[in-house]
Ligand binder design. Structure first.
Ligand code: 6PG
Length: 243
């Protein structure tokens, strides 16, 4: 696994660079293979990225009609609920793409009974990737202050999942159900991009990147792509405690 960390002076520059990286990666993959799969995350940092990618200068550079969009996690709410990660991506990015340049979307069905929604998403993923060694061409992730990523929260079972690709679980600290992809699929992406901003995450980021390997406490540590590249894009504040 190749892992690289890039630090930016502020969140705006990070977002700008992330948008260029996403665009270049997608263009390259489409040029080489004729298609591209991307997994989106929720959160505030990705929101700025999606809004930027929705600008005409970016839209015109990407053949979104050759792209398949997945989600790394979802809240158990209907797709029109303000908490929905799917709705966030639609409003910030997808609804700005013209019909003739629109991707294929596979959202997690947060409105269904959670275990059924996970079972259905697993089927979608297996159907799409089948026996392929790699899964996503590009996986976007964020990290919470508690070290969670996707909806892999500290001290929860999905951190250790080895079989299923999508699971539902009740997250006690949130008093709610979440749907999430699991390490066996998350670690088979060709390129993984973590976006982390803000001083509030500095101590956790230091522990994740430079502390002992304790994924039960710091689920983001479980992201270790088997063959792909792992890139951490952080702003100065989030990276302020790194050596
Ligand atoms: C979600 C997420 C989650 C997110 C992190 C970071 O909550 O839906 O997918 O894993 O990426 O909580 O979010 P921020 O960028 O908002 O801090």
């Amino acid at each position: 696994m190749a892992s690289t960390l890039i630090t930016y002076p502020n969140p705006n520059e990070l977002t700008q660079s992330a948008a260029n990286l996403v665009m270049q990666t997608m263009r390259r993959v489409i040029q080489n293979t004729g298609r591209c799969s991307i997994s989106l995350s929720g959160g505030s940092t990705p929101h700025s990225l999606y809004s930027l990618l929705a600008q005409p200068a970016y839209v015109s550079q990407i053949d979104w009609n050759k792209v398949t969009v997945f989600w790394g996690d979802e809240r158990c709410v209907p797709p029109d609920h303000p908490d929905s990660d799917y709705l966030m991506a639609r409003l910030a990015l997808l609804d700005h793409l013209p019909p003739e340049n629109f991707p294929t979307l596979y959202r997690m069905e947060g409105e269904l009974e959670p275990t059924e929604a996970a079972r259905r998403y697993e089927k979608v993923l297996r159907g799409h990737f089948g026996a392929q060694a790699a899964t996503f061409d590009l996986l976007l992730l964020g990290m919470g202050e508690d070290g969670h990523t996707a909806s892999l929260f500290p001290q929860t079972q999905p951190i250790h999942e080895t079989e299923h690709w999508a699971v539902a679980h009740y997250v006690s600290k949130l008093s709610s159900w979440r749907l999430t992809l699991t390490p066996p699929i998350l670690n088979r992406s060709q390129a993984t991009l973590f976006l982390v901003t803000g001083r509030a995450k500095a101590a956790t980021l230091k522990r994740v990147l430079q502390g002992n390997y304790t994924p039960d406490d710091l689920p983001s540590q479980v992201i270790r792509p088997a063959n792909g590249n792992l890139l951490w894009l952080v702003d100065r504040e989030a990276g302020s405690l790194l050596e």
